[in-house]
Design a protein around this ligand. Structure first.
Ligand code: GDP
Ligand code: MG
Length: 171
């Protein structure tokens, strides 16, 4: 079984870094490589099931600067990860627009939505509290809400495992 997963959110929130941490277990402070125009695949073993699932993880090549993505990017996606930067309030406010862009363009009706507050290693600079993000996530029917750090790896493997498990159960 394979599933398309797209990653959304303002430029600079750490989308590419999250994927780089998950796929290669690496972090780059600068000179981030692009993951390429299309997607990277990752097999994931499901605990308690004698089964695995392949996630096709799509990253943007910087088009999110224009605040929306093409229909092709969203086409057939079964999960969407909406990332904001916990140290940059504006990126959290943008999540609303990303949800809207997703709802306008995604063709899978019950697409799984995950809200992710990245850069949680920078707690001293936090501008968005987790409780606020949880209530926002509920209001937009996001089924997963997590804080992550691509830098120190907090929450990253758990995020993708939770997505895989929820997608598997929807089958
Ligand atoms: P994108 O534009 O959303 O793909 O964001 P990038 O992955 O290119 O990251 C933008 C900048 O934030 C880069 O300088 C990263 O090194 C940095 N960054 C990404 N994730 C984290 C994180 O979890 N913690 C910290 N401290 N910096 C991060
Ligand atoms: Mg990027």
């Amino acid at each position: 079984m394979q599933k398309k997963v797209v990653i959304l959110g303002d430029s600079g929130v750490g989308k590419t870094s999250i994927l780089l941490r998950y796929i290669q277990n690496k972090f780059e402070g600068s000179n981030l490589p692009t993951l390429g125009a299309s997607f990277k695949s990752q097999m994931i073993q499901l605990p308690n099931e004698n089964d695995q699932i392949k996630l096709n993880l799509w990253d943007t090549a910087g088009q999110e600067k224009f605040k929306s993505l093409t229909r092709m990017y969203y086409q057939d996606a079964e999960a969407a990860i909406i990332v904001y930067d916990i140290t940059f309030r504006e990126s959290f406010d943008s999540a609303k627009n990303w949800i809207e862009d997703l709802r306008n363009n995604a063709n899978v009706p019950d697409i799984l939505v995950a809200m992710v507050g990245n850069k949680c290693d920078l707690t001293d600079e936090a501008e968005v509290a987790l409780e606020e993000a949880i209530s926002f996530a509920r209001s937009v029917k996001a089924e997963i809400i997590k804080e992550t750090s691509a830098k120190d790896a907090t929450g990253i493997s758990e995020l993708f495992l939770e997505i895989a498990q929820k997608l598997y159960k929807k089958q």
